[in-house]
Design a protein around this ligand. Structure first.
Ligand code: C2E
Ligand code: MG
Ligand code: MG
Ligand code: MG
Length: 285
């Protein structure tokens, strides 16, 4: 891949790079069609507090290409960002997420009350983003507090002052803000302190480093940072019971990962919620 070119700046043209460029074009064309033809959907992954209480869910974008099959977001989001399609895609995600929140609330579905969406740095940098997202929630008739916006540290890299102003505006409207993949970017603690964040999401790499009988290098440190800055911590990619126990001992607030549930399409997610509720009711009875 061109991106993997040597750190000294040397670039080699390899035959597969032409193929990469062709794929990219194919993906860009496909994404435009996907937006028009309803080939996109959201999957939902529950977020559960350390004592088992449902806190909400994260919405994850899925694209089923008619010929290529499922294209992972790690592949198509960068293409959307490079081509400017991220704005239309991001708007679609937020609009759909609000529609789901509205529908579930009016149907009395207990999903924890909050839905998180991933927001690209390009969306944050858009001068009309705040106006735009506010219009979406007003139209959907939902309270901004029901929506958590997950951003990454790279949202702060280009124009920190502008990003800071945007985050403060979003926060004062009532949106919850979470820092995704925390600890993998380049932002400094001095920056972090200025951000109106509600949650820090401990990156999966720190969670998977929690192997039995190996001392914890960093996850506990991130929980401490969150506590000092008054932010809740949520661990992503929790896969094992041992990881859950160690995160609990550190004082991490919330868990997300395959241990609890994989991201699911809406019907299966609602099914998961319903069967969980039945178990809870049985336990009380
Ligand atoms: P993310 O926001 O950090 O999402 C977490 C990713 O980890 C998801 O991958 C999820 O399926 C996966 N995951 C959850 N639990 C586990 C686990 O226990 N083990 C492992 N190995 N993985 C787990 P996914 O859905 O492929 O999404 C990848 C990334 O694509 C997301 O990372 C996010 O950065 C981006 N993305 C997804 N949807 C959107 C979207 O609507 N907009 C934008 N801008 N980015 C999105
Ligand atoms: Mg996320
Ligand atoms: Mg993440
Ligand atoms: Mg991630």
């Amino acid at each position: 891949r061109a991106k993997a070119a040597g750190r000294n700046g040397a670039r080699l043209f390899l035959p597969h790079m032409q193929q990469d460029a062709d794929n990219r074009l194919e993906l860009e064309r496909g994404l435009r069609t996907a937006l028009e033809r309803n080939q996109l959907s959201l999957h939902f992954q529950p977020q559960v507090s350390m004592n088992g209480k449902l806190q909400g869910a994260e919405a994850l974008l899925r694209w089923r290409h008619p010929e290529l099959g499922d294209v992972p977001p790690d592949v198509f989001i960068p293409v959307a960002e490079e081509t400017g399609l991220i704005h239309a895609l991001g708007t679609w995600v937020i609009t759909r997420a609000c529609a789901h929140i509205q529908a579930w609330r009016s149907q009395g579905v207990n999903f924890g009350g909050r839905l998180a969406v991933n927001v690209s740095p390009w969306q944050i940098a858009h001068p009309q983003f705040v106006e735009h997202i506010q219009a979406i929630v007003v139209t959907a008739g939902i309270d901004p507090e029901w929506l958590t916006l997950e951003l990454t540290e790279s949202a702060l890299l280009n124009d920190f002052e502008a990003a800071l102003a945007t985050l403060h505006a979003l926060s004062s409207i009532g949106f919850r803000l979470a820092m995704d993949d925390f600890g993998t970017g380049y932002s400094s603690l001095a920056y972090l302190q200025q951000l109106p964040l509600d949650e820090l999401k401990i990156d999966r790499s720190f969670v998977s480093a929690l192997q039995p009988s190996v001392p914890d290098p960093l996850a506990g440190f991130i929980v401490d940072i969150g506590r000092r800055l008054g932010m809740a911590t949520i661990a992503e990619g929790v896969e094992t019971e041992q990881q859950r126990a160690r995160l609990g001992a550190m004082g991490c607030d919330t868990l997300q990962g395959y241990l609890i549930c994989r991201p699911l399409p809406e019907a299966e997610f609602l099914h998961w919620l319903a069967s969980r509720q039945t178990v809870a009711e049985k336990n009380i009875a």
